[in-house]
Design a binder for this molecule. Sequence first.
Ligand SMILES: Cc1cc2nc3c(=O)[nH]c(=O)nc-3n(C[C@H](O)[C@H](O)[C@H](O)COP(=O)(O)OP(=O)(O)OC[C@H]3O[C@@H](n4cnc5c(N)ncnc54)[C@H](O)[C@@H]3O)c2cc1C
Length: 413
Amino acid sequence: MKQKHLVVIGGGAAGFFTAINASAMSPGLKVTILEKSSKLLSKVSVSGGGRCNVTHACFDIEEMIRKYPRGMHFVRKAFHRFFTRDTIAWFLERGVALKTEDDGRMFPVTDTSSTIVECLLKEAALHHVEIVTNAGVSAVEAAAGDGNTGFYLHIAGREKLFADFVCVACGGYPKDARFEWIRALGHTIHSPLPSLFTFNMPGNAVTALMGISVPDAVVKIKGTNLKEQGPLLITHWGMSGPVILRLSAWGAKELSERHYHFEIAVNWLPRYTEHLLRQEWNDLRLQHAARKMHAGNPFALPARLWQYLLDQAGIDKEQRWSSLPGKQQNELMRLLTMQEFEVKGKTTFKEEFVTCGGVALSEVDVHTMQSKKQPGIYFAGEVLDVDGITGGFNFQHAWTSGWIAGRGVGSRG
Ligand SMILES: Cc1cc2nc3c(=O)[nH]c(=O)nc-3n(C[C@H](O)[C@H](O)[C@H](O)COP(=O)(O)OP(=O)(O)OC[C@H]3O[C@@H](n4cnc5c(N)ncnc54)[C@H](O)[C@@H]3O)c2cc1C
């Protein structure tokens, strides 16, 4: 019987996982990875500051899916087949132990991404996966018309290649036009948008506090249901830190529609609402009565931030707590629990961390990752319209979808 051929487009995390797992399941299958650049697994190498944030120590599927602004229901089904504990076991079985940091992110114990890269390269070699670099696919053409099933892949500067099965694991593209060759297969593409970005506040006085980080703040985007809590960093152009990045991911579509012009309200004291703070305010005044406002900072906020809030409320730093006028007092309580800022623009990281958008999930069978439009075509990784917040969730999706696609093809090889 003729040997079947799987061609995986893309030599990233998802492509390698697909190729390795397909070969492992079906040793008779010929598997080739086509990578357009000269470098394999480049994002695995750079991610997590060169340590590779392989996954997240979350072992509850319902909790895990809440980290995916797009694709939540799709990944729920996929995680029932291959989840975080499977990723940990998969790498461990191949000699790579992972460790968990306090925030739940998991890294190889060696603290270097080269451990993951080497493991994947070794596994691919073990299973005789053929790897071709500098091979960018420009089109995939169904061969059915020639009396065949399968596909011809058009590769820049090379002869076209025949494949019985194709797995598209080309990652996310920042520009819509680059998805054209996938659209030509009959797939709907949700236009890519930046998903992790920081908020610009040009000319805002708060930027003078650049470098200050507040361990816990609540930020709400006004006029939406978007609200997040966590560490906030003030930068020279606006605000950043995990709470802002999470908001940017959840609000990727809504904020794009608003052309990145919107208002946020920051609660610098998440344990208080304005109402609760009012209730406790008299006690605070009594406790600190004799102290000058600038020295009596009862909330342990960074000193420069406290001084800035006093300035914003029009409070003289020599003012004592005992004689604080009602108007300034009200303003300070409001600023502490609901300070408003205008956001005008965003700053994305030099190399976009992750894009939102990609192949519409309704057109992909989550049990096999096979296209519902074009049987024989499979998808894995970031090319799908799935994206997670930071913390290892994007890699987990790459491993999960790669494993399912690999098994899906392997079972037919
Ligand atoms: C700087 C940075 C840091 C990150 N840190 C984290 C993190 O800490 N945790 C986390 O979970 N995620 C992180 N991510 C996201 C994570 O790296 C991606 O979600 C993951 O790599 C996606 O894997 P993939 O295989 O789907 O795509 P990719 O890794 O993008 O691989 C796709 C490959 O396909 C190739 N390709 C594209 N088009 C073609 C074509 N037409 N023909 C042939 N080859 C093609 C590309 O060159 C690329 O090598 C980070 C991303 C970046 C950029």
